[in-house]
Design a binder for this molecule. Structure first.
Ligand code: PMT
Length: 402
């Protein structure tokens, strides 16, 4: 598992919302990702979940606002405030948000919010009516204007039984926000990036299709990395089971023809295109309108060529930087360079898919990035997230944008 938060000090503030139990999952996930975690709980939060849970997960004392140890309290809030690389309040109740917006510091959590210089993120969780109340929204906007970040709540069934906005954001989404704030080199600010990801599906009949083994992980990792670095991202994705990165403009497509049309519509606005999708080269000549019945011993499916989307982008290129992918099991350099030239690309990532650890479906990848200027960078096996950043680092080093 990737240790993306290795040596990072993450302070989690837990206030008294029913979603406090989800902070245990958040804590456990962050620890697995390598983070050092310390926890502050409000007195109300301890009524909903035991501090012992967090003490056991983190191996650290849990700082609870009991007012019993007033002598140490002053020291603690400064020490914690200085220790943190990032401070995440999850769940953040209307009460804590209101106090922070008014500069009130009447317990350890709110005092630490005031005392820290670390980036502070609020993940609100409350009843929909409360969340939408003008006073709460005013407090949120006031804090945003002061530089505090917010992780928008999700929609769904709330603990009170109501449906609507106000659920604590998914743990995955909270982690993405933490990552993006911790590693916020915003070198892609002002750029619009088009990413394609996943497989395409070519229908045979209403219930059957031809596809490939792409999971979409590589493309989604690129989209996420570009968002972290400040880009606006259009993600054109074939069918996957992945959750789209927070903040991406998602365009779901099914077949290569769908992808072709969607990509061409978005292309003019793009500054960079990462074409990591595994597009079917052929489709069924004529899709059967009804389910094909078994009867004959053998049947023949006639396939016709799909348009080569990347080749078309190469022909229509104006300002765009085109980064293609080539999944290869042999003669990686030869095949990748052929595609680089034939498709008029700026870069191609020769993706070594000869082993199980990299390429299709795996969480890791390895390959060689070839540039049209003749240079090559070998990228060893690493998580797809790290791999995405390595490719982007190289592209951003070589390319000058107006
Ligand atoms: O999704 P994952 O499970 O994480 O796996 C990632 C991946 C292995 C799919 C990805 O890293 C990768 O290598 N994608 C390219 C797959 C491939 O083999 O492409 P290709 O050699 O068929 O095509 C070369 C390039 O042309 C690719 O950028 C492709 O998107 C593009 N292409 C291909 C055919 C076509 N009709 N239109 C295209 O645009």
């Amino acid at each position: 598992m990737s240790k993306i938060f290795k040596d990072k000090n993450i302070l989690i503030g837990i206030s008294g919302g029913i979603a406090a139990y989800k902070s245990a999952d958040l804590t456990s996930r962050l620890i697995k990702l390598g983070a050092n975690i310390k926890i502050i709980m409000t007195a109300n939060a301890t009524k909903l979940i035991q501090p012992l849970t967090f003490q056991s997960l983190t191996g650290n004392p849990v700082y609870v606002d009991t007012f019993q140890s007033t002598e140490r309290w002053d020291i603690e809030h400064i020490a914690l405030a200085k220790w943190a690389d990032i401070f995440v309040i999850a769940p953040a109740t209307a009460n804590v948000i209101g106090k922070a917006a008014s500069g009130i510091a009447d317990d350890l959590l709110t005092t630490t919010i005031l005392a820290t210089e670390a980036k502070t993120l609020f993940a609100p969780a409350m009843n929909t009516v409360m969340y939408q109340k003008q006073i709460v929204q005013d407090n949120i906007n006031k804090l945003k204007n002061l530089g505090y970040a917010f992780i928008p709540p999700g929609r769904g069934r709330l603990a009170c039984g109501d449906w609507g906005e106000g659920k604590l954001a998914d743990v995955d989404v909270i982690i993405q926000h933490i990552e993006s704030h911790l590693y916020s080199s915003k070198d892609m600010e002002g750029l619009r990036v088009l990413v394609t990801a996943g497989p395409t599906r070519e229908s045979i009949d209403p219930v059957r299709y031809i596809t490939n083994r792409s999971s979409g992980k590589m493309g989604y990792a690129i989209a996420e990395a570009c968002i972290q670095r400040g880009a606006v991202v259009d993600l054109v994705t074939g069918p996957t089971s992945l959750q789209a990165p927070a903040g991406a403009n998602v365009f779901p497509v099914e077949s290569a023809m769908d992808m072709y049309q969607t990509v061409l519509k978005l292309y003019d606005k793009a500054d960079i295109v990462f074409k990591s999708a595994a597009v079917a080269d052929y489709r069924i000549k004529e899709m059967a309108s009804n389910k094909i019945k078994k009867g004959q011993d053998s049947i023949t499916l006639e396939l016709v060529r799909n348009p080569d989307i990347l080749m078309e982008l190469g022909k229509r290129k104006t300002k765009q930087i085109l980064v293609g992918f080539a999944a290869e099991t042999e003669e990686l350099e030869k095949h990748a360079l052929k595609k680089l030239n034939r498709k008029n690309l700026d870069f191609i990532l020769g993706n070594d898919v000869s082993t199980k650890e990299s390429g299709f479906q795996s969480d890791a990848n390895q390959g060689i990035l070839f540039s049209k200027d003749g240079s090559t960078i070998s990228i060893p096996l690493m998580t797809k997230k790290e791999f995405a950043h390595r490719i982007i680092d190289e592209v951003m080093k070589k390319v000058k944008f107006d």
